[in-house]
Design a protein around this ligand. Structure first.
Ligand code: ADP
Ligand code: MG
Length: 543
């Protein structure tokens, strides 16, 4: 394994103060990863650094620890860390709290009001963590002084990919020649080469494994028929029952489609996209992190650098944009030495393109058959058997009702009946649903008003799940879903309106009011992609 060769180093032996090593040990971190073992000694001295190591290899602490040590020693007074996304900046700031202490970091990200950030900057905090756009804003207004002695460009490949070259140029130029520059990147494409040439001065180089994906990730793919990608994903999810999975799609619009399809399969999923308010994004990520949400759907941009421990599966719905995107995505699982699985749903026409892309990044995914209903059931029964086996060591009493059944029918018959109850046989294969949702007349839809909204932490996936499972509709029958703070309007074909209104709807145990929408919310006023806009229009927090 790539991560194995430096097992005996300790953080103290790398030159870090004992107090830092102790703070880390309290978090269960005691052995430096290879990139940490190499970068930390260099970073405790002067000069520029270029470090390349794959995602999940521990680059964040590789720069935060030496920064914290040098700040604590009074060697430097200020450092900046620039990251590609808000989430990543928040994550770095959280880790900084462990190594630097609370209230020592200013977090400068978009999507949050700038004024509290300005106040933080006035407090002269030693660490500034932010995204390029917002940092340049604060620099331009004079709130952020270009006085850092070290600037860290984290995930440089992604920042350049996202088009932040100009912002980074401004930040680096304003900091001037005397500021040391540390550039971290998982991959080393030509734009990063160019940036290194422009911004770094004779850097010391740490290069670990060429950015190749973790060997702990088992990579597989299934080939899906035309327009059958969502159905294939649904099958994989049923067959694998992932504890915590990320699903990647290519565009923002596809996020909602995937969430809805997964919800229609009876699984809970939520999406993160740039269209959500920061608060809503944080809430979704929080639930995913806490294990309350099994499936998170996002685009590359929305999911950049998100480090959620314990992601067991990554799914690509369709092809990633390139070898680097593929490597980043599958790097979301198997973090810090854990195991993980990466699955790609490949449209039939694009199979060889996908294989070329994977092999360009040094991977060789294996093809797997598309799970059938019967194989899904078999896999679930096998997992059930595994869990039963785990309990066999315990002394467990048979409840009287079952003891009676066993006496009457024999243990084997009772057990077989129980397995079939818990994991029923697969229903007959359904014909694929039409792609475009429309009323029977091929036209007009009517609105259903539901007395539930974003304030109840409801997302479009919940609404789809509710209508599919409580009213017997199918995902393909549902049209636009528009969420407001306290209500939601869903378009359905007129012929199913009564079916919807005749069933009692509930969400998380609470009855939900439903009636025909007569205010025309579902109508033409919201054209122009209204179906995708599920952030509440009343929310003005986004900047
Ligand atoms: P990268 O930036 O290289 O993608 P991160 O810095 O986000 O990786 O680290 C990935 C995960 O590994 C994080 O959850 C982090 O807490 C964990 N981690 C980092 N260093 C160590 C270590 N020395 N021992 C155990 N876990 C670590
Ligand atoms: Mg990182």
């Amino acid at each position: 394994m790539v991560d194995a060769p430096i097992p005996t180093t300790t953080f103290a032996a790398l030159g870090l103060p004992e107090a830092l090593a102790t703070a880390l040990a309290g978090r269960g971190i005691s052995v430096p990863t290879p990139v940490q073992a190499k970068v930390i000694p260099l970073a405790l001295g002067a000069g520029d650094i270029l470090a390349q190591a794959r995602t999940g290899s521990g680059k964040t602490l590789a720069f935060l620890l030496p920064l914290a040590a040098r700040i604590a020693a009074g060697e430097i007074h200020r450092a900046w860390v620039v990251t590609p996304t808000r989430e990543l900046a928040q994550q770095v700031a959280r880790e900084a709290e462990v190594v630097l202490g609370a209230q020592r970091t200013a977090l400068l990200v978009g999507g949050a009001p700038p004024w509290p950030q300005v106040q933080d900057l006035r407090r002269d905090l030693p660490l500034v963590v932010g995204t390029p756009g917002r940092m340049v804003d604060h620099l331009g207004r004079g709130a952020l002084k270009p006085d850092a002695e070290i600037v860290v460009l984290d995930e440089a490949d992604q920042m350049l990919d996202l088009g932040f070259a100009d912002e980074l140029e401004t930040l680096v130029r304003d900091l001037g020649e005397s500021c040391a520059r540390w550039l971290f990147s998982a991959t080393f494409p030509p734009p990063v080469h160019a940036a290194v040439g422009r911004w770094l001065d004779d850097p010391r180089l740490v290069k670990l494994d060429g950015g190749a994906p973790s060997t702990h990730v088992r990579q597989r793919y299934v080939v899906a028929p035309r327009n059958g990608e969502l159905a294939a994903l649904g099958r994989l999810l049923h067959a694998l029952e992932p504890a915590r999975a990320m699903v990647f799609v290519r565009t923002r619009d596809e996020v909602e489609g995937a969430v809805r399809a997964i919800a229609a399969e009876g699984l809970e999923a939520a999406g993160i996209s740039g269209e959500l308010t920061q608060e809503a994004r944080d809430r979704v990520l929080g639930r995913f992190r806490e294990g309350k949400l099994a499936v998170l759907v996002g685009t590359d941009v929305a999911a950049r650098g998100i480090d959620v421990p314990g992601v067991t599966h990554v799914f690509n719905l369709g092809l990633p944009t390139g070898a680097e995107s593929y490597a980043h995505r599958i790097g979301r699982t198997a973090r810090a030495g854990a195991d993980g699985e990466a699955w790609t749903v490949v449209p039939a026409m694009l199979r060889s393109k996908f294989l070329r892309m994977a092999s360009a990044g040094g991977s060789r995914p294996e093809e797997a058959p598309l799970p059938t209903g019967a194989s899904i059931v078999a896999a679930r029964r096998e997992r059930l058997a595994g869990r039963v086996k785990e309990s066999l060591g315990e002394k467990l009493a048979l409840p009287p009702a079952f003891a009676e059944l066993v006496k009457e029918h024999g243990a084997e018959a009772v057990l077989a009946a129980m397995v079939h109850r818990l994991v029923p046989d697969a229903p007959p294969e359904r014909a694929p649903e039409p792609v475009r949702p429309r009323g029977a007349a091929g036209g007009a839809m009517v609105g259903v008003f539901l007395g539930i909204g974003t304030a109840d932490q409801v997302n479009p996936g919940n609404v789809v799940a509710m209508l599919c499972h409580q009213c017997g509709l199918s995902n393909a029958q549902l049209g636009k879903i528009r969420l407001w703070e306290r209500h939601t309007v869903v378009e359905v074909p007129p012929e199913v309106l009564r079916q919807v209104l005749s069933r009692p709807l509930h969400h998380r145990g609470r009855p939900i009011q439903a009636r025909e929408d007569r205010r025309g919310y579902a109508g033409g006023s919201s054209s122009g992609g209204g179906s995708r806009r599920y952030a509440p229009p009343t929310d003005r927090r986004r900047t």
